[in-house]
Design a protein around this ligand. Structure first.
Ligand code: URP
Ligand code: ZN
Ligand code: ZN
Length: 463
């Protein structure tokens, strides 16, 4: 058992509610105390970690990643080892991946398999959500068991009919009903498939194959309508719902209204929707910016920042789902509709949110911590074990140097891909050190952790 005592000294502690100069005492895997600067007894501990000039944050949680995930003829670039290593370099101490129900099969069986894949391989802590492809008798019967297993959140799609992933309204109603009864949370990827399929047929008939037509054929309305539909269904059968990767200005209005009406509706956006516009689809690397929902316009980006600031968007995740660039090009055959969807960005979230958000006055540091650590911990049943710096919490910490200046690019990052969506961007701030449950994983920007140290986290939603 780890009983080592450490002091993190001289840093500035950032929480979701404020910023204060202070030191931390770590005993074993836990934070044991927060103290005024300099009062903890250095002679009584095994190690003093110098955090002078650093911001000390609770470790980031990424509740939306796709590791080793087959999709559209290829498999995502990150597995549990290289994905969690890159995550750690980006200040992430817990990820939540997905276990996908095989069509007509058992989600629980897949979960076992997927957990076996992760076990013994990760640098940081981890958990899974389910992905449900139907709401048949077996699926509905498995949901309470899933929740018992510490996996109380599961996602369905209102699109991707071509990949046999789409569910219908009656499935959503059944899923809401069982969710309400057993205390889970349904996550929904919201895009109206009929609008998309119709628009794709029109675009192809007109000979429009370029990446920008990915955005043109998945218009904001497709997302807005699908979110509105879920909200309308929730009014009939009320259960907690989390909308993944919200990307449009109008969708946040729908979400804000539903929340003000008292519905238990939650939502996230992702790093790329806050930092990139559809213009990137017109560039020479347009193919690699194809993700769903697609990148939007500047007015949407502005509305997302506003909603993140106001608290209507509660989480920023990455939706890390990059595919090998060579597979992207090979499978696309020059057509946007054949291009595998997904962008790798597991490592970039903290630096982009700092540079584009905090440094430009769009969010504050406490808001950044809320969006990336405290809120995901609370919403996904990791709190109070994770997501804050209070005594009793896991000692998951990031020491962040806000004054570092560097240029982001695939060469300097640690993601398993030669494509970086923010290639050449000037970044302010850099992760210096990361601890997971009191153990060094990154120290002075070097990897010192071990694959296999990461532990599966049992999740239970707050009542
Ligand atoms: O483009 C994306 N987002 N790919 C991953 C699958 C999903 O819809 O999250
Ligand atoms: Zn999705
Ligand atoms: Zn996703």
């Amino acid at each position: 058992m780890n009983t080592k005592k450490k002091i993190v000294r001289g840093g500035t502690l950032v929480s979701a509610t404020g910023i204060t100069a202070g030191d931390l005492l770590i005993v074993g895997e836990k934070i044991a105390a927060q103290a005024a600067p300099g009062i903890l007894d250095a002679a009584a501990v095994d190690e003093v970690i110098d955090a002078q000039g650093m911001l000390v944050l609770p470790g980031l949680i990424d509740p939306h990643v796709h590791f080793n995930s087959p999709f559209m003829g290829t498999v995502t670039v990150h597995d549990y080892e290289n994905g969690t290593q890159a995550a750690a370099f980006g200040g992430v101490t817990t990820i939540i991946d997905f276990s996908t129900q095989p069509k007509g099969g058992s989600l629980l069986a897949n979960l076992e398999q997927k957990e076996e894949e992760a076990r013994g391989r990760t640098y940081i802590d981890w958990s899974m959500h389910g992905i449900l492809l139907d709401a048949g008798t077996q699926t509905l019967a498995e949901i309470p068991e899933l929740i018992q297993e510490g996996v109380p959140t599961y996602k369905c799609f209102t699109t991707y009919k071509h990949a046999q992933r789409m569910v219908q309204d009656d499935d959503i109603v059944a899923l809401l009903e069982v969710t309400a009864r057993h205390g889970g949370m349904l996550m929904v990827h919201c895009e109206n498939d009929s609008i998309i399929e119709y628009s794709i047929r029109q675009a192809l008939a007109a000979g429009n194959y370029a990446p920008i037509y990915h955005a043109r054929t998945r218009p904001p309305e497709a997302e807005n309508i699908a979110i509105q539909r879920v909200v309308d269904l929730m009014r009939q059968v009320t259960a907690p719902v989390y909308i993944v990767h919200t990307s449009t200005a109008q969708s946040v209005e729908i979400i804000a209204k539903a929340r003000m009406d008292g519905l238990p509706l939650h939502s996230e956006t992702c790093t790329h929707y806050l930092a990139l516009t559809e213009e990137y689809l017109l560039g020479p690397k347009g193919n690699f910016y194809i993700c769903s929902p697609p990148l939007r316009k500047q007015a949407d980006v502005d509305a997302l920042w506003q909603a993140a600031r106001a608290g209507f968007l509660e989480v920023v995740s990455t939706d890390d789902a990059g595919v090998p660039p060579e597979d992207n090009l090979r499978l696309s055959q020059g057509r946007f509709d054949k291009t595998p969807n997904g962008i790798a960005s597991i490592e970039t979230r903290l630096d982009i949110l700092h540079s584009e958000g905090v440094c430009k006055g769009k969010i504050t540091w406490p808001q950044l911590v809320a969006l990336t650590s405290t809120n995901p911990a609370r919403l996904f049943g990791l709190y109070p074990q994770k997501g804050h710096l209070a005594p009793g919490a896991d000692a998951d910490l990031v020491l962040y140097n806000p004054n570092s200046k560097w240029i982001m690019g695939a060469e300097v990052l640690h993601m398993n891909t030669s494509f970086c969506p923010f290639e050449g961007w000037e970044i302010s701030g850099q992760v210096d050190s990361v601890l997971v449950r009191g153990q060094d994983v990154i120290r002075n920007r070097k990897l010192v952790g071990q694959p296999g140290f990461g532990r599966r986290v049992f999740r239970r939603l707050e009542a």
